[in-house]
Design a protein. Structure first.
Length: 316
């Protein structure tokens, strides 16, 4: 028989459950780390491949079920392109799509999108001259109103501290405050051919996971993402979890940090009127189509970001 049960508070129970969950995640991450010391975060060739076959909502559903799309944020980017290119999406098809998407998210196979992202995108679409925006805004509002698909508190936004460009001939340190240079870094995925194969962008992120209550290691908690240009001209982003790599970065990485909990993105600013600036999430090649009158897109200051999923903290 347990005595003094009344002395055990709800917070005590949460603390025990969080500690148990943290231990399990750490053990799992250690096992994965031994198998592969870098884990893929973004593959430009695969991303463009998904766009090429993205002709209907059923194509996005198939990519979700196959594990090729792992974030609702990416789903939203695909919807931007699909609704621009496809004018025959019925309400019934949209309802089936939302049901499938919610099912995938409930099974924890897809990361939720930030409600703030959706608010920014909906606000920007209101300035679009295209009639297709009405249907797309309706769908984005459905995603925003679904707690299975979007969140206010389960994602933590992490901003890039510094970028180091490692080329064959030299190494360049780039501060996020130098906006024009960082904008060029972002554009490398599709618009810059000046970087040769083997070029690596080393992006440093300071981040202390909420599970880590005490840390006695030197330097800041965080992680490094490597964006490397492949021989075929495409780019791959990988989370580097090799502790030896962090020696000169001023950061150290914890075992529980996982690329499966991350979604990389950036935000842009554009002008719709002399006194009106809007903010959007995602690739500018979508927004250039929806907002053709905006010609001054630029990367928002210090917005070379990653959303980190900490939903386990809110599952009690």
């Amino acid at each position: 028989k347990v005595r003094n049960l009344s002395d055990i508070s709800t917070e005590d129970v949460k603390s025990v459950l969080q500690l148990a969950t943290e231990t399990m995640r750490s053990v799992r991450s250690r096992g994965e780390g031994r198998k592969r010391r870098t884990t893929e975060l973004f593959n430009a060739a695969e991303y463009l491949g998904i766009i090429d076959i993205n002709k209907a909502l059923s194509d996005i559903e198939a990519a979700l079920l196959d594990g090729k799309v792992t974030s609702v944020c990416m789903v939203v980017e695909l919807l931007l392109w699909l609704h621009y290119d496809n004018k025959s999406i019925t309400e019934d098809k949209q309802n089936v799509f939302i049901t499938t998407l919610e099912k995938v998210c409930r099974e924890e196979k897809c990361l939720k999108v930030s409600k703030q992202h959706l608010k920014m995108m909906i606000q920007a679409l209101n300035y679009s001259p295209l009639p297709e925006k009405i249907q797309l805004i309706t769908l984005l509002n459905e995603i925003k109103n679904s707690n299975d698909l979007s969140t206010c508190h389960e994602n933590i936004q992490i901003r890039c501290d510094n970028v180091v460009i490692k080329r064959c001939d030299n190494v360049i340190n780039v501060s996020p405050t130098r906006n024009k240079i960082l904008s060029k870094v972002v554009h490398f995925l599709t618009r810059d051919d000046s970087f040769s194969a083997g070029t690596v962008f080393q992006c440093l992120y300071s981040f202390r996971h909420p599970y880590i209550r005490e840390c006695r290691e030197s330097g800041k908690c965080g992680f490094v993402v490597l964006y490397s240009k492949q021989d075929d001209g495409s780019w791959i982003a990988e989370l580097n979890t090799d502790s030896e790599y962090y020696t000169r970065t001023g950061l150290h990485v914890h075992d529980l940090i996982s690329s499966r909990d991350m979604y990389w993105y950036h935000t842009y600013l554009g002008t719709t009127a002399p006194d009106n600036r809007i903010r959007v999430v995602g690739c500018t090649m979508w927004w250039e189509k929806w907002l053709p009158n905006v010609t001054d897109w630029e990367l928002e200051h210090e917005q070379f970001c990653i959303d980190y999923n900490v939903s386990d903290l809110y599952s009690f």
